[in-house]
Ligand binder design. Structure first.
Ligand code: RB5
Length: 152
């Protein structure tokens, strides 16, 4: 699975901790799109590469982190085909995969600590979409996307 991660300054510390867990402990490769320090940046700029990559299929799944996770969620969900889920607990992370086939996980770097965040990420990566009745609902979202953008 091609996985990418990005954050603003509010999520930088947690991004570094998650990278450490995924790369060193879990041996999972992650493309890191920054930001690379605590210096203040704007989250819409840092949601872009991960969201575009997932939307276009060059990245399978993404992780976005800002202070609360709200800004990154708002931005990512503007992209076509993106189902970004703000999950600051394990149950929500699991359900976002089972029922919503979420392709971007969003975390609040000022909300969850590294231990919980690591479990959330692992759960989210390991849980498969259930399909069935949930696929029908995702199809409706895709149709809605076309309608609101004036495509159909
Ligand atoms: C940055 O201070 C903060 O506003 C940002 O990280 C995020 O929480 C926005 O939703």
């Amino acid at each position: 699975m091609k996985l990418a991660i990005s954050c603003d300054h509010g999520g930088w510390e947690l991004k570094e901790q998650i990278l450490e867990i995924l790369q060193r402990v879990e041996n999972i490769d992650v493309i890191d799109y920054g930001t690379m320090s605590r210096d203040s940046v704007d989250y819409p700029d840092y949601a872009r590469e991960v969201s575009e990559g997932v939307a276009e299929g060059t990245i399978d799944r993404g992780i976005l982190i800002c202070g609360t996770g709200i800004g990154m969620s708002i931005v990512a969900n503007r992209y076509r085909n993106i189902r970004a889920a703000l999950c600051n607990d394990i149950y929500t992370a699991r359900m976002s995969r089972l029922h919503n086939n979420a392709n971007i996980l969003v975390l609040g770097g000022r909300v969850v600590g590294p231990g919980l965040a690591g479990e959330i990420v692992k759960t989210w990566l390991e849980t498969e979409f259930e399909g069935g009745r949930h696929q029908k609902r995702l199809d409706k979202i895709a149709q809605l996307e076309k309608t609101v953008t004036g495509e159909q």
